[in-house]
Design a protein around this ligand. Sequence first.
Ligand code: BLA
Length: 740
Amino acid sequence: MQIKNISNRSSLDIENCVDEAIHIPGTIQPHGFLIAINKNTSCIDVCSANISDFLSLDIEQILGLHSKIIFAEHSNSLLSSKLTEFEFMNRKFSIQCHDTNHHIVVESEHIDNELNASVDIYSASVQLLHHIENGQNLKELVSAVAKAVRELTQYDRVLIYRFDEEYNGEVIAEAKDDDLESFLGLHYPHTDIPAQARELYLTNQLRVVASVDYQPVPLLTTEESGITQLDLSLSSLRSVSPIHIKYLQNMGVGATLTVSLLHEGKLWGLIACHHRQAKYLTKEMKAAVKLQGHFITSQIDARLKNEENEVSQFTNECVQRLLEKELKLEYSSIETLFTDKAIVDLCNSSGVCAIVNHAIYTYGETPEENDIRRLSAYLQMLAVDGSLYTDRLSTIVNDLQQVTERFPGIIYYSIGSSDDCIIWFRKRTSKEVVWAGEISSNRTKTDKLSPRTSFKRWTQNVENQSRSWLTSELSAVKNFVRYFQLHLNTLALNDEKEAHRKLSEALKKTNAEIEHMDWISNHDIQEPLRKISMMASIIGAEESQNIPDSIKTKIDKIQMSAQRLRDLLKDINKYSSTSKIETNLSYIDLNHLMFDVQDELHSSFEQDSFTLEYDKLPAVNGVSFLLAQVFSNIIQNSIKFQDCKRKLKIKVFSCSVKRIVNKKPTPFTKVSIADNGIGFDSSLSEKVFKLFTRVHESNQFSGTGAGLAICMKIMEKHNGFIEAEAEVGKGVTIHLYFPQ
Ligand code: BLA
């Protein structure tokens, strides 16, 4: 039989220890023995080299031995049986089994009734329960736990060690022998317990190093087995990392017991027990401590919730106080909010600022106004979904050193669409962190396995960092922001209403002025005009024989100009009165309307001087007399600007179209009036709707140029619009669009 040692002899130093495969050391601690039974053959594949000390059998006898020789009737059900001890050759052993891929791993220790003789596990546990029940907060609880575990286990020192988010640790409670120096409050870097170790401690929650001076015992197998390693993740005798052993020796520790404390699936902390000498524990004691670990863990959860609850109660009260304020619907109400201390207390911050419509409001300690503006610009860029919080501002904002140093903690919320925002500030943690030993400077190349030689205290000022924001503080902020935003929206709405009111007041004033203008034109201008034209006709009539022809023509011109002026005034009147008409739209059949318009036109124009054709026209919502005016104006233009070379033909037709209004396609009824008149240049098609625009020589065609402007205004009153399409020598088409 070729026997093989499977201990892992890969060389380790401080640089690669992070990668140490601590679950397959291939060695165990010597206070027990280990065998691995092949699941298929039930024969022993692996055993620890110290087995002969326990079972009085040689390695050669053990390897390959069928398990029933040792465990008799229990051999087939080692994993499931409740076997806690067994006897072999008149000696009693404790037994602990677990499963790996191919093996059942059995670990055993002598039963030594002397070990815990002096400790009454039951009464120590009851006492712990009593402590736990009476512990008010987390701090009191952990102190009680440390004390109780020490009473139970009799270790020289019991520490409760708590991790932060990066797995740096702090000793938060301690119970110890009076002779020992205190570790309470000391901080240790995350490198002291590397990631693979923390990972392992999630599944294997209790570990004992019985003596730091132990000689690791190798695991042995036969060459034929082909086994190169055995997973000891769940083993209790697993040999611990030599780096950690050195660490403990440097610390002056002779033996340890460590229990994992889990919270929400993560390693929250450890109960770490130290003893100056070697220390062995019975199975019962280990079970009792492990149970207490579980129990404490559940209590941690409750205490944490309780503490968070207390904070949450306070922050909610602050928000409530702000919400209950009866705020006026004015921007000054923001100042009211920013005079109540509750606005900073709601998240236990030192100051808060808001930017609303470029104005800055502050309470408590905040950066200068300029810095606030610059900071808000950075945060606006960085914030995902409009909000952001951090306790280390300098890690996200490189600029503004003064601000990031003074206020490392911020909560930012964008409010509204512009630069408006609200920011809470938390000052630097004034606390100093006391580290146990400075690692980097203490490592030497020659002492390769020395993780730490000095555990002397040194203090570090925690810079550029604030206390972390708690969930309850963040949710209070969220609640307040929601309310604040609502209030600001109401203010903005109110603003809009006010603007609207001012606008309609201005409009009223303008209308009054226009009315006044009408009055002036009617009375102050019409009157002298009438006189001019009257005087001109009197002169013309009375002195007709004596007046030379040249004067007569001039008098005629006076008459004509007066008439034109009167026409102009009439059109101005019509135009301005269109604006004043109240539009009560009703259902209008355009066929009827066209019939009336045609009738009226034929009474003023020769019946067969033109043809007017129209298809079956739709009905629209409108004001009948206004629409009649639109059609009449347009058709009169066609008559006026007809081409003498051909008979005038006017056609009216309609269709449904979609036009883009406010970026949305909107359906309209389009009614078009087309003629074959002289037309005009298409570049003028918008200008024709301007008041008093005349596209043709004035002496050739009569009219003031108000007709289409009036049509446009009327179409606007119908929530529609008007367009012209024209070509010189071909004619004009006017399109009227009515909303559907
Ligand atoms: C493991 N290091 C540990 C453990 C603790 C500490 C508690 C777990 C041991 C166990 O649960 O059995 C650290 N112990 C402490 C600290 C205190 C204490 C901080 O009592 C404070 C009072 N260690 C180093 C460095 C390395 C290192 C630099 O300091 C290597 C990079 C490695 N520590 C290391 C390893 C383990 C360990 C590999 C795992 C040991 C094992 O389980 O095999």
